[in-house]
Ligand binder design. Sequence first.
Ligand SMILES: [Zn+2]
Ligand SMILES: [Zn+2]
Length: 313
Amino acid sequence: MRIQFWGVRGSLPSPQLPMQIQRKVAAILERLSPQDIETPAARQRFLDALPMWLYGTVGGNTSCVSVAFADPREIVVFDAGSGIREMGIALSKQEPQIERYRIFFSHFHWDHIMGMPFFGPAFNPSVQIEFYSPQTYLEKILSYQMLPPYFPVSMRTMGSQKRFHCLKGPITMQGVTISYKKIRHPQGAYAYRVDDGKHIFIYSTDVEISDADFVHNEENDSFFKNADVIVIDSQYTHKEALSKSGWGHSSFRAATDFAAFWEIKCAVLFHHEPAYNDQKLFENLQEARSYAEHMHFKDTHLILATEGLEITL
Ligand SMILES: [Zn+2]
Ligand SMILES: [Zn+2]
């Protein structure tokens, strides 16, 4: 399976501010010496050696992650945050064209649905979109954000063929099984587990990790065990999480503990706090890695979710 990240920010889209870009350019120029621009190869070496937070960005779009399998005409998507707009543009250029999108929702807080009205393929009559959630009234919930006076086009008039599915248990399509589990978040949210028979991917955002998540029981074991990759809410620093108890998100340290406890090979820190800039987010990653080393968590690799990141399993 091929996992692609289109939106990684939590709560609210957070584009780079002009001042932040100016600071990056100034910091890059400070590092530059004349020999770094003598040849194209030297220039490339200089750029490649820059810290990731300086030469690039984590991205400002809200949650949207796609997972592609063997059939290139179908794709599974988790959440329709503002990142889904970019996904629609990028995948529309792909050959063969995607004929069916299967969109699963963790929950319906704005940052997870706000991209839907701007999802280009939803206007294409030859595209089928299957929507999934364990929540009832899925169609109503998604349509309401497009009613007047919030948006000029209704969901019904978007030209694609749409079907809405209320999940009652795991579903299997083309050898891939997707199951779900309720997670701790104000007004509820769901994590999803994708099992293609060879690898297991878990999407678990908007979760305040608690003691109950570190208990071996049938529900937890069958959901979290043997996962290869987990996309996990790690919105806060440890200190901030202490002051935001009950807000429904986790610290990157709790996310690290969780992934290590369940022996998940790779944890992708996700749903970044909008107030944290690129430098701060990469510092958090370093801190999480130092913490994992200190705790002797040797089997879990930690990475930061960034727009454009791809993982192939
Ligand atoms: Zn969220
Ligand atoms: Zn939420």
